[in-house]
Design a protein around this ligand. Structure first.
Ligand code: LLP
Length: 418
């Protein structure tokens, strides 16, 4: 039985992922390098899908969490739909063989080019976030002589217990239409001849452990649906977003996907609604590790530093959200956790750290480490800051591994520049 935390474990002191020694990957691919477990991604997807068997549902994986084509293809082949937020994500999903009829398009700032591309592709629905956006989708659908299916994304005014940067469901956030205004907005949108107002959507934030705010949001959305139906809107689907948290710290276990999906199932079942969900992190987050190599040890004042070859440009979550990621040596020692150190990268900022004041095993230059639980919003938020090529990505599938994205080269860094 695998840990629910991540798919890596020690076999004879060697850290492995799905039976593959991570040191082999580090040696052959170099570091830094993201490694993902296909089996974990699929197990997470199936935990949603299996729990919702028997009611009409579509799991729209939030491509923003990890948009690598191989991962999108894996999920597309398993039957997933996709939640996209840009023309670029639409392009990726289509390239990966995703079914456009299972795509929902969220986001507060869709451009006319992006909307038109989504209409051309025949996506399932737009999660519209404002009245001017409704007008634009209507106009563009009219030009194409088609009707666009719409769910208005409502802001249910429920505060998610999560980091402020990733909470989205309270009034004053830029997302959605205030729930108090929603009925009037649907009424005003009735006259648009090229829109089918068939759904309601919401998403209140990410990395949530407490179901209460999400259930409260679902209740408010379902109440709104009842009101809209009473006014003869043919509401056929509800999209309850993503947001389930994952286990980053062993002592803070996340609720299982099946429990979360069951709670939502119980809300939506029997109402004649097709249920859409948009999970990102809970599908890919625990499936990835970032391999990195220790370059130096040093001290400053009382502090110890382990300088590694991965940095904030490769994984920005610690710097941006104070996120905790477990760090494990690829070769376990028997020395215990005798070191207290900051694990930092080569980028020229004091905010460049992967861990702070971390109690960890003694490590030395040349040792390899795995930064855990980075499958979501890891590579996806990587940049070329400090002119650092972005890392390679590797997928382990059926006991074998392959590079699914080459490490960038210096030539890649200057591509398109004069
Ligand atoms: N649907 C919408 C409309 C979203 O905005 C998001 C995430 C999701 C679905 C997927 O949420 P998930 O299931 O992954 O929680 N970079 C941050 C997370 C940003 C989340 C943005 N929206 C992080 O690294 O924690």
């Amino acid at each position: 039985m695998k840990s629910t935390m991540h798919p890596v474990n020690y076999v004879d002191r060697t850290l492995t992922c799905d039976g593959v020694a991570l040191a082999d990957i580090a040696a052959k691919t170099g570091t830094p390098c993201y490694v993902y477990s296909a089996a974990t991604i699929l197990a997470n997807y199936r935990a949603y899908d299996d729990t919702l068997q028997g009611i009409p549902h579509t799991i729209c994986y939030a491509a923003k969490a990890n948009g690598n084509l191989a991962i999108l293809r894996l999920l597309a082949q398993a039957g997933a739909g996709f939640d996209i937020v840009s023309g670029g994500e639409l392009h990726r999903v289509l390239k990966a063989g995703g079914n456009p009829a299972k795509v929902v398009f969220s986001g507060v700032g869709k451009t006319s080019e992006e909307i038109d591309a989504a209409l051309a592709a025949g996506i399932f629905a737009f999660n519209c976030e404002s009245e001017p956006e409704l007008a634009l989708v209507d106009a563009l659908a009219h030009r194409r002589g088609i009707r666009a299916r719409i769910a208005i994304r409502v802001n249910p005014d429920v505060s998610a217990a999560t980091h402020a940067h990733i909470a989205t469901g309270s009034l004053g956030h830029k997302f959605g239409v205030d729930i108090g205004q929603a009925e009037a907005v649907y009424e005003r949108a009735r006259h648009y001849e090229n829109l089918s107002l068939e759904g309601v959507s919401c998403h209140i934030g990410s990395q949530q452990f407490d179901f209460d705010p999400m259930m409260q949001a679902a209740n408010r959305v379902l109440e709104l649906i009842a009101v809209l139906r009473a006014k003869d809107f043919e509401i056929r689907h509800v999209d309850l977003g993503g947001g389930l948290g994952i286990t980053y710290r062993p002592d803070e276990p996340a609720p299982p996907i099946s429990e979360f999906a069951m709670a939502l199932r119980e809300k939506a079942a029997g109402l004649g609604l097709h249920l859409f969900l948009e999970p990102g992190r809970s599908i890919v987050g625990n499936a990835g590790v970032l391999l990195t190599r220790v370059l130096y040890r040093k001290k400053s004042g009382d502090k110890e530093f382990v300088v590694v070859d991965a940095a904030m440009n490769d994984l920005i979550r610690p710097a941006l959200y104070d996120a905790h990621h477990e760090i494990l040596p690829l070769r376990a020692t028997s020395s215990g956790c005798g070191l207290r150190a900051d694990v930092v990268g080569p980028v020229c900022e004091s905010g460049d750290f992967l861990a702070q004041d971390r109690q960890m095993p003694e490590v030395f230059p040349g040792d390899f480490l795995a930064v855990c639980t980075v499958g979501a919003y890891g590579f996806a938020q990587a940049s070329n800051y400090n002119a650092r090529p972005r890392p390679a990505e590797v997928l382990i599938e059926n006991g074998a591994w392959r590079v699914i994205r080459k490490r960038e080269t210096f030539e890649d860094l200057i591509k398109g520049e004069e």
